[in-house]
Design a binder for this molecule. Structure first.
Ligand code: NAP
Length: 343
């Protein structure tokens, strides 16, 4: 079975990795190029990308080091989460007009096996939501909080990177599931203000002083932290370890404070405190929690429809602006999910 829309593109613009960043990425590390699209083989689809996800983990893949996902190749297109419309199909699983999520972002058009795409319901939310709150970002927040950190009602929760895509959802989910107190940290007064609007009980700007003092003040009457959802690592992880309650749980989601470092990290220097407090520090990858996707999707769709959870997006338009959007993300220009719209 095959279906096509009237005029099909024969080539696509794409962003290639021109050089591996040393420290902070610069625009010259990226290149806008044009490449010919292959003919559709049996089982494949052609997708017109509508939006792509801009994610911190992509920085790690720009290094030529062994990690949990393969490094990007030089002089080849980058990839990553994207959402788009099927405009030609040689698969019985997809028809023209289907909206799909897939992993060939950083380009206007993508040819891929239909089986490597996930069909989404565009009546449920705008396409970009399937890259954020209803997608990998939301599942990261949900799985990290409920499974990795074993959150329970009555816990006091601290989340760093709290005004970002994952962090803003973590705080709201925790509040909704009965957290006693939710504290967030972020990098500007405007973001702190936004966290309070989203229902966080307290929030601080981590640039305002030593993380341990700011966190202690934000704890207020609470004795200590039961759950720390760590998006940033470094000084804030050290501060959290120092203020964790006995049997506290730390979900190690990301360490963005170190992604562009050219030197070895300084801490946490108080890791031994985890022994006496009997803490659990557990790293995780969202890819290991796919089995939770149906439960998560149903819960999140309900929360969004009821207005219990809201999400912010920072939207940049145009493939040519993708490198700048990525660099800006690492510098904290985004509130909520960083999205690049295409077309
Ligand atoms: P995000 O939080 O929306 O964007 C990144 C944010 O990091 C920026 O907006 C910036 O906000 C903050 N930041 C940058 N440098 C920082 C520093 N030195 N110290 C503290 N904060 C800093 O990104 P996201 O997609 O939601 O990802 C959040 C974290 O989760 C990242 O570490 C990411 O790698 C991780 N992650 C992990 C998984 C997994 O499976 N384990 C999946 C998705 C994401 P400020 O203005 O507040 O500094």
């Amino acid at each position: 079975m095959s279906s096509v829309s009237s005029t099909l593109p024969t080539s696509t613009r794409e962003i290639q990795l021109a050089s591996r960043p040393h420290g902070w990425p610069v625009p010259e590390d990226f290149r806008l190029a044009e490449s010919t699209l292959p003919e559709l083989a049996e089982g494949q689809i052609l997708v017109r990308n509508v939006a792509m996800s801009v994610d911190p983990y992509m920085r790690g893949r720009m290094n030529d080091t062994k990690s949990y996902s393969a490094p990007f190749a030089l002089d080849a297109p980058l990839d990553g989460g994207a959402v788009g419309e099927v405009i030609a199909s040689r698969s019985p699983e997809r028809v023209v007009g289907d909206v799909v999520v897939h992993s060939l972002g950083w380009r206007d058009y993508a040819v891929l096996p239909a089986a490597a795409s996930t069909k989404v319901d565009p009546t449920l939310a705008a396409p970009t939501a399937f890259l954020g709150a209803l997608g990998m970002t939301g599942l990261t927040a949900y799985a990290g909080l409920t499974q990795v950190a074993a959150f329970k009602s009555g816990d006091t929760v601290f989340v760093s990177g709290a005004a970002g895509a994952v962090g803003s959802l973590v705080g709201q989910i925790a509040k909704n599931l009965g957290a006693a107190r939710v504290i967030g940290s972020a990098g500007s007064p405007e973001k702190v203000e936004r966290l309070l609007e989203l229902g966080f009980d307290a929030a601080f700007n981590y640039h305002d002083g030593a993380a341990k003092d700011l966190l202690q003040a934000a704890l207020g009457e609470s004795e200590g932290i039961d759950v720390y959802f760590d998006n940033v690592g470094g000084e804030q992880l050290e501060a959290a370890i120092g203020l964790m309650n006995r049997h506290g749980r730390i979900a190690m989601c990301g360490a963005i404070s170190q992604y562009n470092s050219t030197e070895a990290p300084v801490g946490p220097r108080n890791l031994a405190a985890a022994i006496g407090k009997q803490l659990t520090l557990r790293g995780f990858l969202v890819g290991s929690y796919q089995q939770l996707a149906p439960e998560f999707s149903a819960a999140m769709a309900g929360w969004l429809a009821a207005g219990i959870i809201t999400f912010d997006e920072t939207v940049v338009h145009g493939l040519e602006n993708a490198p700048a959007a990525f660099i800006d993300l690492l510098r904290g220009a985004n509130t909520g999910k960083m999205i690049l719209t295409l077309g």
